[in-house]
Design a protein around this ligand. Structure first.
Ligand code: HEM
Length: 517
């Protein structure tokens, strides 16, 4: 379509348009008339009039300064007036949904010519439709919200509900029964943890950590206690609307008084007949600013109890400014003598610890899935940049120090991925109870390793990109976002060092008493 009205120009013609107010440039065999655009050019007008640029081939200098996507924006695309006679474009524009051809840009199972014991053709088919969905429906919205800090639009949430992505993010289980998953790409009874991991991985590729959390991460951690412990009436009231994206839910455990130390929480629930009276505050509550329900940890007379609180009189939320965008809806929540029916108790009164702990493995595993995928994208960006960036007349990759950084980044993401797949395989084979017994330790250790690896990769990539990694737009925008937010993975769902310690303590518990050197 683009070529229908496009003329072919000889270099002789092109070379003549090399003056202020009459500037043509060539980028990858395409001729652009930038005469009028020059004064609007974010990089300034005079750079376009330079002798080495005006009327010349500016491909190399262009790709040293801009992401490919600049040329694809409609307002810039229309600057193209023709093509260079006898030349064809060499640089391939990214096609939404397609697999990366950059080495290590995809996990082994998606790389051509490689094999995997874990994934079937159905997983591949599923990955294709999920990537297309996230690239075309979610990514543009995520980029917008990353900027304006607003909640992801209801339109996108509705589409996620239509495809049942919201339900699939909770993993395999009864809640999928009777649902059409991604237009039928996988049957509910075939859906396993690798399918779920694909969703988390593709979601992370939208490259805005705050939007990843804004896309109902709150539900992924707050709804399982309702699925598993609510009375049938409460379940009916809450679950269908939540999975349909009509109501939002957040997990409200941590407080300014206590984070990982659940025993130190100060929010109280006292009995008044058939009601709880809940008073206290909660901090760092993901999706809290827009949640309709809060799965809340409370101190009760007989211990720690989890209660589902509906937004209403006495519940107020205010946004907390975090290092990432407010699209995540991070809130400070205040409960002021909120009356909640006792029938909203999740699990047994005083037995809230097991309700919360049973949730943790899945949440931590999910954080690993998104973190590894985000890291991989950073590896891909770094490989592309260091190949196309010319310094001292040569690509950055000519520097041994840059290659050493790439080696570390690749090794880290590959080891994270392989460990992750091994754990996911175990999850597929184990019951929920077996997972709690056998995988809490390995998942804790894995998360510690993944988040550490992520932060090291963020540092390395920042060095590779230099100043470009410090700006929120432009060539290094994904590196900037990742560098600013990779630390979240080391904190959310359990602090890095605490999880490492948990893994070791679990192992020590299982040490055979008769083992000796
Ligand atoms: C069709 C041609 C071009 C278009 C549509 C275009 C568009 C843009 C845009 C949108 C930006 C802002 C980048 C961002 O923040 O993402 C930019 C920055 C810039 N452009 Fe261009 N540009 C073109 C050609 C060129 C050429 C040929 C040069 C070569 C000298 C150039 C030099 C720059 C510079 C130096 C910057 C600032 C980069 C930075 O801040 O890191 N541009 N351009």
């Amino acid at each position: 379509m683009a070529s229908k009205a496009l003329k072919e120009y000889t270099w002789e013609e092109i070379n003549q348009h090399n003056k202020e107010n009459d500037v043509w440039i060539v980028i990858d065999a395409k001729v652009f008339d930038v005469s009028k655009f020059a004064n609007l050019h974010p990089g300034g007008a005079n750079v376009l009039w330079a002798d080495s640029v005006a009327g010349k081939d500016a491909t190399e200098v262009f790709f040293g300064l801009h992401r490919h996507e600049v040329l694809l924006r409609p307002q810039y695309k229309r600057l193209q007036i023709g093509t260079v006679q006898g030349q064809t474009e060499q640089i391939k524009a990214p096609i939404p949904g397609e697999l990366s051809r950059v080495p290590y840009g995809e996990p082994t199972w998606l790389s051509q010519g490689y094999f995997s014991p874990y994934y079937s053709d159905n997983h591949r088919k599923f990955q294709t439709v999920v990537r297309e969905f996230f690239t075309t429906v979610v990514q543009p919205e995520a980029a917008k919200c990353e900027d304006n800090g607003k909640k992801i639009s209801q339109e996108v949430v509705d589409k996620m509900a239509e495809t049942n992505i919201i339900a699939m993010r909770l993993g395999p289980g009864k809640h999928l029964k009777g649902r059409t998953l991604m237009g039928g790409a996988v049957k509910p009874e075939e859906f396993d943890y690798f399918h779920e991991a694909i969703i988390h991985a593709e979601l992370a590729r939208v490259s805005s950590r705050a939007a990843v959390d804004g896309l109902l991460a709150g539900l992924v951690i707050a709804l399982p206690p309702v699925l598993n412990y609510a009375s049938p009436e409460l379940y009916e009231k809450v679950v269908p609307d939540a999975l349909a994206g009509k109501k939002y839910i957040a997990l409200a455990i941590s407080e300014a008084f206590a984070g990982s130390d659940v025993g130190g929480l100060q929010t109280t629930a006292t009995r008044d007949g058939d009601y709880w009276i809940v008073t206290g505050t909660k901090k760092w509550i993901t999706n809290g600013t827009f949640a309709d329900y809060f799965t809340t940890g409370c101190k009760t007379e007989t211990g720690f109890t989890v209660i589902l609180i509906e937004r209403g009189p006495g519940v107020s939320t205010k946004p907390i400014k975090t290092a990432y965008s407010s699209v995540a809806g991070t809130a400070y929540v205040t409960f002021d003598k909120v009356r909640v029916p006792v029938s909203n108790t999740l699990g047994k009164i005083g037995a809230g610890m097991s309700v919360i702990l049973s949730n943790f493995n899945h949440e931590r595993w999910m954080v690993c899935a998104t973190s590894i995928s985000a890291q991989r994208l950073i590896v891909e960006e770094s490989l592309k940049w260091s190949t196309q960036r010319i310094v001292f007349g040569k690509p950055l990759t000519n520097q041994a120090v840059i290659r050493a950084k790439l080696a570390s980044m690749i090794s880290r993401v590959e080891s994270c991925q392989n460990w992750f797949e091994s754990i996911t395989y175990q999850m597929n084979k184990m019951s929920y109870a077996q997972q709690s017994d056998k995988l809490a330790g390995p998942i804790g250790l894995h998360k510690q390793y993944v988040s550490k690896a992520g932060r090291e990769t963020a540092e390395d990539a920042t060095q590779v990109f230099g100043g470009r990694a410090l700006t929120v737009t432009g060539m290094g925008k994904y590196i900037e976002n990742y560098h600013r937010t990779s630390g979240f993975d080391a904190i959310l769902a359990g602090a890095e060092d605490v999880l490492g310690d948990l893994g070791v303590r679990q192992a020590l518990k299982k040490m055979p008493r008769d083992a000796r050197l």
